[in-house]
Unconditional design. Sequence first.
Length: 97
Amino acid sequence: MRFADVVPSPVPGASIFSSVIAEEALALSAAFLAQDVEEMRFRTTLLLTYALDTGQTSLTAAASTLLKQVSEGTTVGQHLADAFEQVIAAAADGLAA
């Protein structure tokens, strides 16, 4: 059983995960700007979990890529920035849907 099946959304027709994903994306942005790798790993893992639970395939793929790069110790550079950008874009697309 999924969390979303147990906890109803306070807004009919809206997913409880929408606000959670938005909050985690903002927290990931703050961690990226601070170059806090551990916080980025934590926030990306949360986003990946929410994406898997809600079936958001683009966010799942983007978060998996970013998590892999962060876990491999990729320093903040263009590859990491591109992966981060993809996660934020996928999260925004998921919220807009």
